[in-house]
Structure formats: C-alpha cells, structure tokens
Design a protein around this ligand. Sequence first.
Ligand code: ACO
Length: 460
Amino acid sequence: MAKNVGIVAMDIYFPPTCVQQEALEAHDGASKGKYTIGLGQDCMGFCTELEDVISMSFNVVTSLLENYKIDPKQIGRLEVGSETVIDKSKSIKTFLMQIFEKCGNTDVEGVDSTNACYGGTAALFNCVNWMESNSWDGRYGLVVCTDSAVYAEGPARPTGGAAAIAMLIGPDAPIVFESKLRGSHMAHAYDFYKPNLASEYPVVDGKLSQTCYLMALDSCYKHYCSKYEKLEGKQFSILDAEYFVFHSPYNKLVQKSFARLLYNDFLRSASSVEGAVSEKFVPFSSLSLDESYQNRDLEKVSQQLAKPLYDAKVQPTTLIPKQVGNMYTASLYAAFASLIHNKHTELAGKRVMMFSYGSGLTSTMFSLHLVDTNPPFSLSNIASVMDVAGKLKARHEFTPERFIETMKLMEHRYGAKDFVTTKDGVIDLLAPGTYYLKEVDSLYRRFYGKKDGSCLANGL
Ligand code: ACO
C-alpha cells in the first residue's frame, strides 16, 4: 500500500494575455476602485482564439513531464477537472492521451470530472483514493485542472480568468493528504450554471452564489472540525493550521471567507477567539444563521478582527488568483501554487487547509501536511519549475477594447466548425514551444500544433 500519498510535483500554465482591472473598471464606467478594491482583483488572464482548455492542458502536462523527467509510461491514471464544455461526450483526457499514446502507453485509467469549480478536486480525490486502494498498479497519477472562465458583459465579467494546473500524485510526497480529515457539503442550488449549451457563458445569480459559497464554507468547516475532534481528541481552531487556501472567484470573497471562519470559531467558543476579539463578536451572537449571511456589520467587524490573521495565513496564497482571476477548477490549486511560490522554504511540518467550492453545489474542506523531501520532488523545486514570477512578468497587456474584441470573436467561435485560427497579432505573444489551436474542421475535429516546432498527432 502506498504511504504518505500526495502531490509530488506541480506545474501551472496561464495564457500570456491579460487585461488590467483598473483599465477595465474605467472602460466599463464602474466607480473607481470597484474591481480593484471592491472585488480585490489586479488583473485578468484570458484565452485568445489560439488557446483553449485543451491547448492549456497540453502545455501544462508536457511541461510537467519534461521538467520532472517523468516518462509518460510511468503514468497509470490521468484525471481531468474542467467545467469548460468543448464536447458533450469526448473527454479532455482523451485529447491528452496523444501524449501518452506516442510513447506506447494506453493503459491509463480516468476520465473528466465536472461540477463547476469543484471538478478538479473530484479528479484529485479520485487519484489519491486510487493510489490508496488495492487497484493501484504502482505508477503515478496525474491530475489536470483546466478552465477558461468567461462571463457575458456585466458585473460578473471582471471575475473571469483562465489557467491549467497539473499535479503529479505519488507516495512519500512533499504535499501529503490528511485523508481522514475531509468535510463536505453537497446540495442543490441554482447559483451559477450553464444550461445554454450554445454559449460558453454561465447564468449567474451573483448574490446567491456568494451566500451559497459562505453557507458551504460554514458547513464544511463544521464537518472538518468534528472529524478532527474525533480523531485527535481536541478542538480544532484556525490556529491549528498555518495557512488557509480558498477557491478564489475574486479576492474579496476570500477575505470574507476567512473572516467567517473566525466568526465560526467564536460561535464554537474556540481558543482562537478570546478577550477583546470575543467581546466585539458578542453583539452578533444571537443572530440566526440566515441573518448572519445578510448582516453587513458582522461582515465588516469580522473582516477587521480577522485582518492580522488573514495577512499571515491567507495573503501569501492570493498572488495568482489576484493576477489571473477565477480559473474555476484551477483556482484553488493556483492559490496553493502561490503559497508554494511565496513560502516554499518555510512550509515543512505545516498544515495547510484547502476549501474547494463548485456552484450547483459541491464543496469540501480538506487539509495537507507539508514535508521536507529531496529534489526533484521537493517544495523548492516545485516553486522553481512553476516559475510563477517569470510567467506573470512575461504576459502581454491588452487594452479593454482589444479584450472585448477577443471575447466577441470567442463567442462567435464557441461551438463553431470549419475554421482555421488567424495567427496575426496573437501567435507572436505565445512563448516558443507553446501548443495552440490550429484548426477546427468540418466535422468539429480540433487540431493543435506547437509554435515554432513539431506538431501533435494527425500529421499537423
Ligand atoms: N470602491 C471600492 N469598493 C467598491 C466600489 C468602489 N468604487 N464600488 C463597489 N464596491 C464594492 C461593493 O461594496 C462590494 O463589496 P462588498 O461585497 O464588500 O460590499 C463589491 O465592490 C462588489 O460590488 P457589488 O455591487 O456588491 O457587486 P456586483 O454587482 O459588482 O457583482 C459579483 C459582484 C456578484 C461577485 C459578480 O461579479 C458576479 O456575479 N461574479 C460571478 C459569480 C461569482 O464569482 N460568485 C462567487 C462564487 S461562485 C464561482 O466561483 C463562480
């Protein structure tokens, strides 16, 4: 049986194209500070017509395999999490099989998992559970979270983003799953959904989605705490973990979420809330749960009280989500990648809490234990391979006008056939060796190529 199963290696890809939130805010006629302070976002990444969830996945998977020198034959399970529907039947995983087929490895279990932003977590749990089970064949698992988050014009549009993350799953990992400690909350809600199959854009009830997120957080935290207390024989509080990583639709919700955990600790009389902090919460102790989600004073006071702990325990996880935006399934793991980028030398021996939320709704809180291991599967090497700072620096800023033009073209291209992508003005923005969409033929078959290099299957 595999021991200490977890993430042994990671890589991230996000498009080299982005728009500044400050510029977008001015262009949209929103009041100054609405997107940057109100939503807490700095910049937003997006795909041009040359990129999609499949090309981003090719990029992140090939990069991970090359950087950590993993032979594709060593992969026994490949799971993809995504909510970006390109085909209602054929999985993204099967596109990625081109990489493995080429090396003679078709013995690879796993397909795609879909439920809004939660699919990546479902894929990750599938891989970890496989490795901890009798079905494990001794090889690595590979999880890919890939999404392009785009919204119709309106208040939700600045909460888009795009990225793909790959995580290699193995035994004796530097990032170990505390598999007995998972608290989930699953329910039916129409907060964000994609019923119109002709459009990439979701139908969103923004306010409801915020409340659903916070309700799910409360419930998951409650379940997590009670499992911890059963297992460890003592109460859990936010002081029992070094860092908290949240699914990040936009940073303001992450600030509110962490503050909500502090309020939960107050209601549970946990040791993290004593003295002056506790006194400030007292006026809100008789609120019903429903009232507590709508109470603006509680929200404000909790955020103020949680601020020092937020700065220490959450802020280091916010870099990529603030710079790239909501990456749906990749969002939580991009926040975790930010933590590794910022703190890789200080993480050994620490517990990291993860909160995954997918509208509709599915959610889990789970925890990771970080360990000092040898390269290539070490936290420092993961930070160096991901090269977050380098990738952020290499991006090209579009004006809001050019961003909107791109969105219009993408609307037109969604679900279309029989076109060749136009390379003018955009291919130069991709780094050498980047995979990109070349063509969709008259039978909707998609063909990808590599910039300045060899091509993928089908003779392209
Ligand atoms: N300066 C500073 N702050 C400002 C300014 C300003 N000039 N103007 C507004 N704000 C603040 C508001 O007070 C509010 O902050 P608060 O929540 O702390 O009160 C914030 O900016 C947002 O403004 P609102 O008017 O409340 O909301 P808006 O209509 O812009 O919509 C929303 C925001 C709901 C997040 C929208 O972008 C959306 O629907 N996004 C998609 C759904 C989503 O991401 N849901 C989250 C969970 S589900 C998922 O992951 C997809």
